[in-house]
Design a protein around this ligand. Structure first.
Ligand SMILES: Nc1ncnc2c1ncn2[C@@H]1O[C@H](COP(=O)(O)OP(=O)(O)O)[C@@H](O)[C@H]1O
Ligand SMILES: [Mg+2]
Length: 272
């Protein structure tokens, strides 16, 4: 029993967000939804995974329950727990249970972070049984056709201890995301911020130069999200070089030398 708040956010009947498809992911998601197959999406931070799921949910007219997984997340956080109220204890559904009851999309972001006991509740939901047994109440929920489980993770963060078990992975159809091609990424930045084409192009070229350094000095590459932030600052009148520092360099490294090296590349791209 616990009063811990549940780490989930729900969007009801969302308005369709702006999304530029990278490939055939929209079609794949539609098929997976139609045939009641769970879906796994892998890709680096800030490449559009969450946006894609919200877009698909809006297209399909389903609410989304998003859970940001972390290393303390247990099966009870997903399924529910007894809480203490004024009139004693009562049962409170977790986000997964709510999604099953309502025929919604349940999205587990960074699923590899979750505790291993969560697989116990995910397995019967991800095979042809499509059931959610709630041990604490004795209830067994049958997922309606509109229920869909979507999980995502960043393969770059994987380590031997944390990877997803093959027996779990093999229950999903999977799609691989990456940063969009230059032309597409340019369109994303323009679509998100309204920045001019020339600046968008320079930003994407800069990001590609920084990404080329990724394996040398940086754990993570500059993401599309950071490009959108940079464009937002520039559009608001902030100095472009300083915008790149604040949104594309400092978020990626704490190391002084690496910062200086990255800022040199920024100067070449945006300096006067
Ligand atoms: N294909 C895309 N279409 C529209 N916006 C995108 C796309 N890819 C990335 N973005 C932008 O990048 C930001 C980060 O994407 P997000 O979906 O949150 O990344 P992830 O979940 O993969 O970490 C979004 O808020 C959006 O501004
Ligand atoms: Mg995300």
């Amino acid at each position: 029993m616990s009063n811990a708040p549940q780490a989930a956010s729900q969007t009801l009947a969302p308005a369709t967000p702006f999304y530029k498809p990278q490939g055939n992911e929209v079609e794949l998601f539609q098929h997976a939804f139609k045939h009641q197959l769970p879906m796994l999406i892998k890709g680096p931070t800030g490449c559009g995974k969450t946006r894609f799921i919200n877009y698909m949910a809006a297209q399909l007219g389903r609410p989304v329950y998003t859970v940001a997984c972390h290393d303390d997340l247990t099966a009870a956080d997903l399924v529910g727990r007894h809480l203490i109220g004024e009139n004693g204890t009562y049962w409170s559904d977790g986000p997964l249970t709510r999604a099953v009851r309502e025929g919604a999309i349940c999205y587990l972001d960074e699923v590899v972070e979750a505790r291993k006991d969560t697989t116990v509740v995910l397995h019967p939901l991800t095979d042809d049984r499509r059931i959610l047994p709630i041990e604490r109440t004795g209830e067994i929920l049958h997922a309606p056709p509109e229920f869909m489980l979507v999980v995502s993770y960043n393969p770059g963060y994987q380590n031997l201890l944390k990877g997803m078990k093959p027996s779990t992975r093999q229950r999903f159809v999977a799609a691989r995301f990456d940063f969009p091609s230059s032309d597409l990424e340019q369109e994303v930045i323009i679509g998100e911020t309204g920045i001019d084409t020339a600046t968008a192009k320079r930003l994407v070229n800069l990001a590609n130069s920084l990404r080329a350094l990724k394996d040398h000095d940086l754990e993570e590459a500059a993401s599309t999200r950071l490009l959108v932030y940079t464009a937002t600052l520039i559009l608001g009148g902030y100095d472009p070089v300083e915008a790149c520092r604040a949104a594309m360099v400092e978020p990626l490294t704490d190391d002084d030398e690496t910062t200086a090296a990255l800022m040199e590349i920024v100067q070449i791209a945006f300096g006067k």
